[in-house]
Design a protein around this ligand. Structure first.
Ligand code: UD1
Length: 384
């Protein structure tokens, strides 16, 4: 029998990339022993139906117990608002620990609130570093890891990064990758690409028969927030789509900037197939059937490695080096000539195959639940 010394664990999600990490953790907490008491807190950083609700359904996430409804804002406003609204939740529930995932503003905000109240924090996906402090996520990662109590890592290089930053090795636990837990748990439910196009009102015939296409996602501020960055990328996509149809799932930030810079003409009338943000099962189906993926997302670099699909990452750096060393990922930066050459190589040779990294085995969340139970839940009869 388990007995808590304090209240339930508070498991925090905020933005889209958090949801697929938290879903398997919640299932593992519920399945551990008689169940580890926990509550799901959604900060509301992402709030749209297709950025949040749809993902909850796809991933079979329970409805959040608490929604802080912070919405959009500048980094300062968003982070501060999460902190203001999370503090009374911590006061009310006196959690045994707070579990945060990834590197979004909500991750850092809730970590700051909890540690200053003496509540232990467990950070899932710790120790990843792009070494690029211009990236808001890098700031969130470095600061969260400095102050969190337990650091769960997805790849072995992460521990080296943490130790170099002066973090005690005793706080670090290599558990593997919860993203891949989600991927495996949902593989059989993936939506066929032709069906995804049909649902979006696009002619599935545009993918060819049999379907042969690439998938594109771009949303990093460095790629989409200035016309100088976005326009050449869209020109490149338009040109590439003459060779291979490209399905591009447009993040709200990217969609807004295409309109703001008057670039809508570049995504219409070519082999580019623009779609709204896609659900988890639709993206899984699209990626699994793709000839290649071009992205600036962190999670997609990992998912394509697990799926064995060649991935071109339109960034100068990655915090996920294992996807390059062992997986199917290639960094191509933002130079259209370099990207085009990499696309041609894949079209002619099939691209990188790679292998699935250590402990990306579908069981990372179980290892996390077992470790959390050991640390934060007292067994009845045990001497405190
Ligand atoms: C955030 C994360 C980023 C993650 C990305 C995934 C931080 C610092 N960044 O960036 O790491 O890769 O989510 O999507 O936390 N918007 C909507 N609907 C929504 C949410 C946002 O329309 O549900 C709009 C906002 O109004 C804003 C833009 O999308 O104009 C960006 O949203 P924001 O949450 O600020 O950052 P992301 O770029 O999504």
């Amino acid at each position: 029998m388990t007995m808590q010394t304090t209240g339930p664990m508070l498991c925090v999600v905020g933005a889209r990339p958090n949801f697929m990490k938290m879903a398997p953790i919640l299932r593992a907490l519920a399945a551990h022993g008689e169940g580890l008491p926990h509550l799901l807190v959604h900060t509301g950083q992402h709030y749209d139906a297709d950025m949040s609700d749809k993902l909850f359904t796809d991933l079979r996430l329970p409805r959040p117990d608490i929604n802080l409804e912070v919405g959009s804002g500048s980094h300062a406003v968003q982070t501060a608002e999460v902190m203001r609204r999370f503090e009374p939740i911590v006061d009310q529930h006196v959690p045994s620990c707070v579990v945060v995932v990834g590197d979004v503003n909500s991750t850092l905000a809730c970590t700051l609130v909890a540690v200053k109240k003496g509540v232990p924090v467990a950070h899932v996906e710790a120790g990843l570093r792009s070494f690029d402090r211009a990236m808001p996520e890098e700031i969130n990662r470095v600061l969260t890891d400095q102050i969190a109590d337990v650091l769960y890592t997805t790849e072995r290089t992460a521990a080296g990064n943490l130790v170099r930053e002066g973090i005690d090795a005793g706080r670090i636990v290599f558990v593997g990758n919860v993203m891949i837990d989600s991927l495996r748990a949902n593989a059989q439910h993936a939506v066929a690409p032709v069906e995804t196009l049909r649902r979006a009102g696009e002619d599935p015939g545009r993918l060819g028969l049999p379907p042969r296409y690439g998938v594109v996602t771009l949303h990093r501020p460095s790629n989409v927030d200035s016309r100088d960055a976005l326009e050449p990328l869209l020109v490149l996509l338009r040109d590439t789509s003459q060779r291979l149809p490209l399905v591009i799932a447009l993040h709200p930030r990217t969609r807004a900037n295409i309109d703001r810079f008057g670039l809508a003409g570049l995504v219409a009338g070519s082999g580019l197939i623009p779609l709204p943000p896609q659900g988890y099962l639709e993206m899984l189906g699209l990626m699994r059937g793709a000839t290649l993926v071009l992205t600036d997302s962190g999670g997609i670099q990992e998912e394509t490695t697990a799926l064995g699909i060649p991935c071109l990452t339109a960034r100068e750096n990655t915090e996920r080096p294992i996807t390059i060393e062992q997986g199917t990922n290639t960094l191509v930066g933002r130079d259209p000539a370099v990207i085009l050459r990499a696309v041609e190589e894949i079209l002619s040779g099939g691209g990188k195959r790679g292998r699935v990294p250590e402990l990306w085995d579908g069981h990372a969340a179980e290892r996390i639940a077992a470790d959390l139970a050991r640390r934060f839940v007292v067994r009845a009869g045990a001497v405190a």
